[in-house]
Design a protein around this ligand. Structure first.
Ligand code: ATR
Length: 280
């Protein structure tokens, strides 16, 4: 039998860290198989998704800018993918191209591992941002019983997101952020603010309850200004690395037949890569 082959497609694709994650699992689990980076421009997306199985691939990951458009070129999309409105993982089942969005699962798995009990309050979550990542995070938080407030620079996008998910989700203006913070049991930044090369997220956490968990989906740097400030105030904090690692688990299991673990060893390898200067 030829070893399974998986891919990550995007445009451009050079910076994806997924090959490092899946390559490390293949190696440490002693499995035969490959995970390849493929640059697929938008005009070739449909053809690629309809032909990857015939070309010998078991499936793969889909990244920017294809996560929404790809939905039109697969046979089945699971509940998470439909709710989030984007897919990041495809595989073949009974001859059909199946798809999911594993970001929500990755988000909760990361919090379960790094901040056990984070959802035990089933209280209010405050989500900063209303883009694609926010949709995955909101879907995940609803799954764990939270009521969710969404705050975004562009209020209209926060409103659209709240309407798409329905009543437990409400949109709030950035002007009201202190009031929303005061009510929150959980705060998460879903924007790229604070990422290396971007503006910082400047937010005063003064109103936030000490017991609230603070999360950032950014993982370069591992500790953003937001997380440093939160840690300084005594909050439990979780960075975005765990979400990146855990969202990769279901895909690997589909393509290679083994469910991998997010181990300290894998974290150390990806952290070392994050610490390396990148050529842009
Ligand atoms: P992603 O899929 O990574 O979430 P996106 O859909 O482009 O990316 O969403 C980016 C998010 O970051 C949005 O919430 C965006 O706010 P707007 O909807 O107002 O654009 C937010 N964002 C990006 N740059 C920002 C900035 N300088 N200040 C505040 N929010 C910003």
């Amino acid at each position: 039998m030829t070893p399974p082959r998986a891919f990550v497609i995007g445009h451009p694709i050079a910076h994806s860290r997924s090959p490092l994650i899946h390559g490390t699992w293949l190696e440490t689990l002693g499995l035969q198989g490959s995970y390849e980076r493929i640059d697929v421009p938008p005009e070739e997306l449909g053809t690629f998704l309809r032909s990857f199985a015939a070309r010998g691939f078991s499936g793969g990951n889909i990244t920017v800018p294809h996560k929404s458009e790809a939905m039109a070129h697969v046979d089945r999309i699971d509940a998470a993918g439909r709710a989030i409105g984007a897919i990041n993982t495809v595989w073949i089942e009974n001859g059909e191209v199946c798809a999911s969005n594993t970001d929500a699962e990755g988000f909760v798995a990361s919090l379960d591992q790094e901040a056990p009990g984070w959802d035990e309050i089933n209280g209010r979550a405050l989500v900063y941002g209303a883009g694609g990542a926010a949709r995955a995070v909101v879907h995940a938080l609803l799954g764990r019983g939270f009521a969710v407030d969404v705050v975004n620079r562009t209020m209209e996008r926060a409103r659209e997101l709240a309407e798409a998910f329905g009543p437990p989700v409400t949109a709030a203006s950035t002007r009201d952020i202190d009031d929303r913070l005061a009510e929150a049991d959980f705060f998460v930044n879903t924007t790229s603010l604070g990422m290396a090369g971007m503006e910082p997220l400047t937010l005063h956490l003064g109103a936030l309850k000490r017991e609230a968990v603070v999360c950032d989906i950014v993982y370069v740097p591992l500790e953003t200004d937001l997380l440093r400030a939160a840690r300084g105030r005594g909050h439990r904090t979780v960075n975005g690395l765990g979400m990146l690692l855990h969202q990769a688990v279901p895909g690997f299991a589909h393509w290679f037949g083994v469910r991998p673990s997010v181990t300290p060893g894998l974290r150390a390898i990806v952290e070392a890569d994050i610490a390396k200067p990148r050529q842009h």
